[in-house]
Design a protein around this ligand. Structure first.
Ligand code: AP5
Ligand code: MG
Length: 214
């Protein structure tokens, strides 16, 4: 299964990607996670990406496209993948189409997790992430058993640097301006499948399985 997962910032892409990865046994490739891992290691790419991420802007396509092509060329992507957070504009989508065509591959579906902007700011500023294993929580919607501690590995929970009110508003604006046009782009290719992401976590995943089985 070769899939994209789309949705506004905070829609639940990363949360549902964990379920999809396990259910379909495909690697989860999040460009945001790759940039954050690079920043943790203080690589040149990570430090450069930080300048854009902190402002809620897109990292330049020249850096992002090559990074994704390299990752998709790895052996574990031969039978499928789940791309999360890429593509984010038409130029990235065209670069992906070109890469897939060159490799005689094609997407099976583009999943859109649809959530109205009103609920997303709360989701974003209330998110907590495990420093150690990356598991995602929410202080109200999905709190850990013990405050500040990961249920899965006992690691310390932290807040992402871009999960502030100001940056969240910029990210939502960038989504509307640059990423939302991709919905029509993929609708035109008959790949788009939308689910309502403003429901209980488990119900969202049930709906994802249903639309992907069609
Ligand atoms: P990225 O890491 O991709 O962030 P994003 O798109 O803003 O999305 P988020 O990770 O914030 O949200 P999510 O949909 O994964 O939500 P989650 O599941 O965590 O990108 C970050 C930055 O990197 C960008 O701004 C850009 O600078 C750069 N970047 C990345 N890719 C790029 C690219 N291709 N090109 C250029 N730049 C790029 O859930 C959020 C919260 O809500 C959690 O607390 C969760 O517990 C809660 N929640 C989830 N589902 C539910 C539910 N059903 N009910 C209630 N609460 C829920
Ligand atoms: Mg995410």
């Amino acid at each position: 299964m070769k899939l994209l997962i789309m949705g506004r910032p905070g829609a639940g892409k990363g949360t549902q990607a964990v379920n999809i990865r396990e259910y379909y046994n495909i690697p989860h490739i999040s460009t945001g996670d790759i940039f954050r891992a690079n920043l943790k290691e203080k690589t040149k790419l990570g430090l450069l990406a930080k300048e854009y991420m902190d402002k809620g802007q897109l990292v330049p396509d020249s850096l992002t496209n090559d990074l994704v092509k390299d990752r998709l060329s790895q052996a574990d992507c031969k039978n499928g993948f789940l791309l999360d957070g890429f593509p984010r504009n038409i130029a990235q989508a065209q670069a992906l189409d070109e890469f897939l065509k060159e490799n005689n591959e094609a997407l099976d579906a583009v999943l859109d997790i649809d959530v109205k902007p009103e609920v997303l700011i709360d989701r974003i500023v209330g998110r907590r992430v495990c420093k150690n294993c990356g598991a995602t929580y929410h202080i109200k919607n999905n709190p850990p058993k013990q405050e500040g501690i990961c249920d899965k590995c006992g690691g310390e929970l932290m807040q992402r640097a871009d999960d502030t009110y100001d940056t969240a508003y910029s990210r939502l604006k960038v989504y509307d301006e640059q990423t939302a046009p991709l919905l029509d782009y993929y609708r035109g290719q008959h790949l788009l499948k939308s689910v309502n992401g403003d429901q209980d976590f488990a119900k969202v995943f049930e709906d994802i399985k249903k639309v992907l089985a069609k």
